[in-house]
Design a protein around this ligand. Structure first.
Ligand SMILES: [Zn+2]
Ligand SMILES: [Zn+2]
Length: 201
């Protein structure tokens, strides 16, 4: 894969700035799809569990995972496990087959030692760093053979707990007049209200 790949270009559009972590997630997602022998999720066929948390290096990883696997915040089929690790587990919800893809330590170290990260440590936003400093890292992540980037565990079978059906019913809050999904309606002084209005004194 190189910078002209449609998936990378779309990932960049979604993500906003050039960094090595987004393509790392992109490649992790592709590696997981390949290991499971499944296609990118058009609906909720797959679940992605990412071990990153928030406010630490390389959290941009999750945007690459969303782009390549089709597991997105909007569909609700991607979850952060909050361990601060650059690992993806992708689950095929139908068969229960799952695969864990961990970024190799030397790949993370290579990024951490890059000039790009030295600027990031000083608090420079990624978009303000000269693209020439980050592009070699991106090209490396995009082009490197999968097995050099990731440790891929054997595919496992896990037990799938079926999720609930999507709720399409809505209410109109009698206080603020805004629409809310019915399941989130509360009764306050005998009237149907949304949660923020229910919690207001
Ligand atoms: Zn980024
Ligand atoms: Zn309300």
């Amino acid at each position: 894969m190189d910078k002209n790949d449609e998936l990378y270009k779309a990932g960049l559009l979604l993500h906003g700035h050039k960094c090595p972590a987004m393509p790392m997630g992109l490649r992790a997602g592709l590696a997981a799809l390949e290991a499971l022998g499944v296609e990118r999720a058009l609906d909720g066929q797959l679940t992605a569990l990412v071990e990153i948390d928030s406010d630490h290096c390389a959290t941009c990883y999750a945007d690459g995972v969303m782009m390549s696997t089709g597991c997105t915040f909007g569909k609700g089929n991607i979850r952060k496990l909050g361990y601060g690790k650059f690992v993806l587990t992708l689950i095929d919800n139908k068969s229960g087959r799952s695969v864990r893809v961990a970024t190799r330590n030397e790949v993370i170290k290579r990024n951490q030692e890059s000039e790009f990260i030295q600027f990031r440590k000083k608090g420079v936003p990624a978009s303000k760093i000269d693209a020439g400093l980050v592009e070699p890292s991106i090209e490396y992540i995009l082009a490197e053979p999968t097995e050099k980037l990731f440790k891929i565990d054997p595919v496992q079978e896990i037990k799938i707990i079926p999720g609930r059906a999507h709720d399409f019913n809505t209410i109109i809050c009698s206080e603020c007049g805004e629409v809310a999904v019915e399941r989130y309606a509360r009764i306050k002084n005998g009237k149907v209200v949304c949660i923020p209005c229910a919690e207001k004194a």
